[in-house]
Design a protein around this ligand. Structure first.
Ligand code: ATP
Length: 366
């Protein structure tokens, strides 16, 4: 097994498009690292450079201790699983899985009995043992993706690279497969780098997430760090459904205390947050507050407002409130409270969960 290191890696396509810019990333041995970000932010290009399918314009890529910039893909000791299940249509499942062991760039020769043992072992792990005699055309999408996964596992690579492997599956199967993939990763214990734009997938599977934006790293952290302490406004807005609410506020000091002020509310800040804002001489900020950190009651809170829209979502309601130009979203479980449009309610922000960002740079202030 091996760590993967990218040192100041850049990739330019043509004269103008910088798909990846000065990107540094250290993936630890056996870690499951997710590259997450919106379409076009450079995730796939990064993965393809690690695989050797693209040559970096600048920077160094290491797999283990080995600088691999000039090493062809087949000699990098990696397996890649794609969105389109790249399995051989003219070969039975068994032969698809055995392919890399028979013909790949092997570390050693495998006997027929060894190949048979490995094929059954990985087929059992991804739960397709009863399908070994079928052709890919006789399989569902989810089963075909399991074949691709089994084939990747069979050769026991140092590093697994996944490029949106679940995005062709329907929503239900995707959720089931991500749980299984996580289990398989824990069994295989290999270093894995996984590209997705699906934040729920990233949150549920990753040891750490690298959020990317415009070819650069926006934040690297555990799913909890990314969710509860986003380093900037971009990450804060990208992670979470319904998304984090963002409001412009003024920061005012009075008698040694600090307040967040908007036309509707005046919120006293906790000492620690106040000290940070004072130190940075902050006058204006973007206040971020997640829907679950807004409490809704019939009376008593930071301010009163009217319910704007109610969207039923099975066991919960997503309700929205107008706050000047902004809309605040909040999900309410059925048991909490039933509200209807136009009704007056009170909102209260959870003080320990206020996120403050610089209006110009978007950097976290607290
Ligand atoms: P998606 O989630 O849509 O796949 P991504 O984050 O994986 O997006 P990349 O595919 O890495 O993004 O693309 C990053 C940028 O590089 C995009 O602006 C894309 O248009 C550009 N790009 C990617 N491949 C090429 C190429 N072969 N030639 C020119 N531009 C490219």
């Amino acid at each position: 097994m091996a760590e993967v290191r990218l040192e100041s890696v850049s990739k330019r396509f043509g004269k103008k498009v910088w798909a990846v810019r000065d990107f540094t990333l250290h993936v630890e041995d056996r870690e499951f690292l997710v590259l997450l970000g919106p379409s076009g932010c450079g995730k796939t290009t990064t993965l393809r450079m690690i695989a050797g399918l693209e040559q970096p314009t600048a920077g160094l890529i290491y797999i283990g201790d080995r600088l691999v910039n000039n090493i062809p893909p087949r000699d990098r000791d990696i397996s890649m699983v794609f969105q389109s299940y790249a399995v051989w249509p003219h070969m039975k499942v068994y032969d698809n899985i055995a392919f890399g062991l028979r013909y790949g760039r092997r570390k050693r020769r495998y006997s027929r009995a060894e190949i048979d043992r490995i094929v059954h072992e990985v087929a059992r792990l991804v739960r397709i043992e009863e399908l070994l005699n079928r052709y890919p055309s006789q399989l569902s999408g989810g089963q075909r993706q399991r074949v691709a996964l089994a084939r990747a596992l069979a050769v026991k690579p140092q590093v697994f690279l996944y490029d949106e492997p679940l995005s062709n599956l329907d929503a239900k199967l995707r959720i089931q497969m991500r749980t299984e993939l996580k289990y398989i990763h824990e069994q295989a214990g290999a270093t894995s780098i996984y590209v997705t734009h699906d934040q729920a997938e990233a949150m549920s599977m990753a040891d750490r997430i690298m959020v990317m934006r415009e070819g650069q790293g926006a934040q690297l952290g555990t799913p909890n760090e990314i969710y509860f302490r986003p380093a900037n406004r971009f990450v804060a807005g990208f992670i979470g459904t319904p998304p984090m609410n963002m409001l412009e506020v003024a920061v005012e000091g009075e008698d040694g205390a600090m307040y967040l002020v908007s036309p509707l509310f005046r919120i006293l800040l906790e000492d620690e947050t106040a000290a940070k804002l004072r130190e940075k001489a902050v006058k204006k900020a973007i206040l971020g507050i997640r829907p679950e950190d807004v409490a809704v009651t019939l009376e008593g809170g930071d301010f009163a407002t009217e319910v704007f829209v109610v969207e039923p979502q099975g066991p919960q309601q997503i309700i929205s409130f107008k706050l000047g130009e902004s809309l605040i979203l909040k999900s309410l479980a059925d048991a909490d409270l039933r509200v209807s449009p136009g009704q007056e309610v009170w909102l209260r922000f959870n003080r320990g969960r206020l996120h403050l960002f610089d209006p110009e740079t978007g950097t976290r202030l607290n």
